[in-house]
Design a protein around this ligand. Structure first.
Ligand code: C2E
Ligand code: CA
Ligand code: CA
Length: 810
């Protein structure tokens, strides 16, 4: 571009120079032409020659005039002179003068001539005078000869000048031609250059047009591409955002998984398709006793085996076990479970699950404790914890087996039932620890008495039983019974003392005495009670014709022992109403025994029996707990009264039982009333009072039951601050008929009101009784008049709105 521009500019500059030169040459030529024209127009030679001619003519005329020739007059002479003067004047101006002055001879000639003219001029006015004309002729005459050379030199001069102009004109023309040629050349060059430029420009333009078209289509393509890219970009952005969200979700998920994984109670590890460790959790490491650094991800069993420290050995064993399981498993077998025994004795439950990608996931649970506990539970379900002897259930199983064996092989067996004499005294006086020790020794001694295959069991308390297997006659069982009596009569070393106990044994022979285990047990128990009713330390066979009455009592005792376990006991509730408000303010829990054969048996019958045979403690505890649970769901103002036997108060830890019953049921202590009879307070008063105080400190209330039946000692009322006194039914029965009774009740009620103790009249059956009791000032009433004792379900139906019936309604 720069070069082209330079060339173009140079050519233009050259052309300008040429044009300027041409102009200049033209001007020069014009000037020359003008000079030549001037030279030809203003004829120098002619002027010079005319001067010479006029000089000659004047000379002739003056001479002729001087000569007096008639043809010449003075005027003519004057005319000639004037012409001559004008001629000479022309020599003194313009180019003629230049010409004259160019040569000194011509200059001096003209000056001389001019001077002569001046003289003649002075003479002319007198030309007509004689001699003057001759004088003039003489002056002019020399010049007549001399003017001719002037004319000729003028000619020479002019032609010389013209020649020189013509020469320079020619030179100029030549120059002009050259300039024009240069101009033409430059013009041609310029044209060629421009054409070339044009061609290039056209080519470039064509190329440009193609490029432009291409560019335009490229632009469109680019725009399309850009749109496409924008679209993709937008899609990518969306995908990106989705991925980001997924990423966050995944991270959260991962964290959760990690947390879940490491907080699992089970150990977990995952093997990849090639049997390498992919992942494991904290619990797994804990189970195999390793740290995170001991078990890097990606190791396999062989690599772990190389560990010289040996601390990875358990881990390797588990790996191998899982790998074995993997290889054993059929393709369809995707989950397996096995028990793994650790070197240190622990048992792991391992569950393997095949994963979709070919790996395996194994979960491990340390079941050592559970297994031990299960075994323990299993053992305990079949054994007595204290003596380690089989329990009643196991014993029954053994009896069933023995009956089966008899049926199969005709084998006979005996059943021996025994309890310890004086055991209760030992237990009560020396405490439970001593009692327990005695029972353990008894268990051991009984075990030592029997053969393999015989079963010794403890049924609870001091009750034991022996299944003597495979005997031939009654004498075999008698021999065993005697051995047992003898071994028990030996002293028991307990707490540094030698205790003496004894035992009685009841025996029954199977299958002669019966085929049913329950029946056989009952038979043995009946025989035992018969033995006990005789001398201490004796044994007795069961005999079918034993006293029926005895049997009934004994059978009742036997049944009563099992009543609680068999769920034959139920609590009925009888309402107690406040005389002041007329509302029921609580219920008394009254135990019922629904015998499977004999129907309802009165507590008046079975409670003394339960006290006799020692089951009152567990029975009373059950009533207390159940009554608390029941009452906890009643409206908050209603109390529950529970009867407590004197045996319970003495022999059991009644305080702990009450605390537990309250805690387990959630019943408010102030809603529980314990009813005690006077008789419970007679024995061991100090200790009993202390227990009662503790119970009262819990907030539990204490009522004195059946007041008036026993010693009716008012001193108890002063000794202990009872919350209420229950006046026995026998007084209430008499209240309307016997004035003494009325007086007694009045005095009790008065005393109680002074002591701020409530009074409850029991067994109120009529409205007359009620009226009397109201008038006396009794605070509460209980009896059929209000309602009979009823099962829980029935009293719940009537619970709200239970009132003392008015006299009219009754
Ligand atoms: P109790 O504590 O004096 O109970 C009142 C007894 O009188 C109850 O007899 C009750 O049904 C009855 N009775 C209530 N109102 C009337 C009435 O208007 N007329 C008549 N004829 N009788 C009425 P139940 O239920 O047979 O109880 C007898 C005894 O058994 C009770 O006398 C109590 O000493 C004892 N007992 C009941 N349940 C338990 C218990 O769970 N533990 C203990 N240790 N003894 C209980
Ligand atoms: Ca009672
Ligand atoms: Ca009573």
């Amino acid at each position: 571009m720069g070069r082209k521009h330079f060339i173009q500019t140079s050519l233009a500059a050259l052309i300008s120079v040429f044009l300027a030169l041409a102009g200049y040459v033209v001007v020069l030529m014009y000037q020359h032409q003008k000079e030549i024209d001037q030279l030809s127009n203003y004829n120098l030679a002619w002027i010079a020659s005319q001067t010479a001619v006029e000089v000659t003519r004047f000379n002739q005329r003056v001479t002729a005039f001087a000569a007096g020739r008639p043809d010449v007059d003075e005027d003519e002479v004057q005319l000639r002179f004037d012409i001559l003067v004008s001629r000479v004047d022309t020599l003194k101006v313009g180019s003629v003068r230049e010409f004259v002055e160019a040569a000194p001879e011509r200059k001096s000639f003209v000056e001389t001539l001019d001077a002569a003219i001046q003289k003649i001029d002075q003479l002319m006015p007198r030309v007509a005078e004689p001699g003057v004309a001759a004088q003039i002729s003489k002056i002019i005459e020399p010049f007549d000869r001399q003017t001719a050379p002037l004319a000729s030199s003028a000619y020479a001069y002019v032609s010389e000048q013209v020649l020189s102009y013509q020469k320079s004109m020619r030179e100029l023309q030549y120059l002009f031609v050259q300039i024009v040629a240069g101009l033409i050349a430059c013009g041609a060059g310029l044209i060629v250059f421009l054409l070339y430029q044009n061609a290039i420009a056209r080519r470039t333009s064509a190329a440009l047009e193609v490029s432009t078209r291409e560019l335009r289509s490229s632009k469109l393509e680019l725009e399309d591409a850009k749109n496409e890219v924008d679209l993709r970009n937008a899609e990518l952005n969306i995908q990106n955002r989705t991925l980001l969200t997924r990423d966050i979700q995944l991270r959260t998920q991962n964290e959760r998984f990690d947390a879940a994984l490491n907080n699992m109670s089970h150990g977990l590890f995952m093997l990849d398709g090639s049997g390498r460790m992919a992942v494991c959790n904290a619990r797994y490491l804990e189970i195999v006793g390793l740290g995170t650094e001991d078990l890097p991800a990606g190791v396999d069993a062989d690599e772990l085996r190389d560990d010289p420290s040996g601390k990875l050995s358990e881990c390797v064993r588990i790996f191998d076990a899982v790998n074995r399981t993997r290889s054993e498993g059929a393709l369809a077998d995707v989950s397996r479970r096995f028990m793994h025994g650790c070197e240190d004795g622990r048992t792991l439950s391992v569950a393997c699950q095949r994963l979709g990608q070919g790996g395996w996931i194994a979960t491990l649970e340390d079941v050592t404790e559970r297994r031990r506990a299960e075994a323990r539970v299993e053992y305990m379900a079949h054994h007595d914890a204290l003596t380690d002897l089989p329990n009643r259930a196991t014993f029954m199983d053994a009896m069933h087996a023995a009956i089966g064996a008899h049926d199969a092989k005709g084998v006979r067996f005996a059943l021996l039932s025994l309890d310890l004499d004086r055991f209760k005294i030992i237990n009560d006086t020396l405490g439970h620890d001593a009692g327990d020790k005695v029972l353990q020794i008894v268990g051991q001694r009984l075990r030592d008495c029997v053969r393999d295959g015989d079963v010794v069991a403890r049924f609870g308390g001091d009750e034991f039983a022996i299944l003597q297997d495979n005997i031939s006659s009654r004498s075999d069982m008698l021999a065993l019974a005697r051995r047992v009596i003898e071994t028990i009569s030996a002293p028991f070393p307990v707490n540094g003392r030698e205790l003496r106990l004894g035992t009685s044994v009841g025996m029954t022979f199977a299958p002669e005495d019966g085929r049913d285990p329950e029946q056989l047990l009952k038979n043995a128990d009946i025989a035992l009670y018969r033995a006990k009713s005789m001398e201490r330390g004796t044994c007795c066979f069961y005999e079918a014709e034993m006293d029926r009455v005895d049997e009934l009592r004994l059978a009742t005792e036997v049944d009563l022992r099992q009543a609680l376990n068999r769920g034959e006991l139920e609590i009925y509730y009888q309402p107690i109403a406040s005389i002041g408000s007329g509302d029921v303010n609580g219920y008394e829990a009254l135990l019922r025994w629904k015998h499977p054969v004999r129907g309802f048996i009165s507590p008046a019958v079975f409670i003394p029996l339960a006290e006799d045979i020692g089951v009152i403690t567990s029975m009373g505890e059950w009533v207390l707990r159940q009554a608390c649970v029941d009452a906890a769901s009643w409206p908050g103002s209603l109390n529950v009264s529970v009867n407590v036997s004197s045996i319970q108060l003495r022999n059991s830890n009644i305080l702990a039982t009450v605390v537990r019953a309250l805690a387990d049921s959630g019943l408010q202590p102030s809603r529980l009333i314990l009813e005690l009879t006077e008789s419970s307070l007679i024995e061991d008063t100090e200790a009993t009072m202390a227990i009662l105080k503790h119970i009262r400190e819990l907030g539990v209330k204490i009522a004195l039951d059946d007041f008036g039946t026993g010693y009716s000692s008012l001193s108890y009322l002063r000794k202990f601050a009872f919350d209420k006194v229950k006046i026995d039914k026998s007084f209430v029965d008499e209240v309307t008929v016997d004035g003494d009774c009325l007086a007694i009740i009045e005095s009790i009620v008065r005393l109680c009101s002074i002591l701020k103790t409530g009074t409850t009249a029991e067994g109120v059956e009529t409205s007359e009784q009620l009226e009397k009791l109201v008038s006396i000032g009794c605070t509460e009433v209980q009896g059929y008049l209000i309602d009979r004792p009823k099962p829980l379900a029935q009293i719940l139906e009537r619970m709200p709105g239970l009132k003392i019936p008015t006299a009219e309604a009754a």
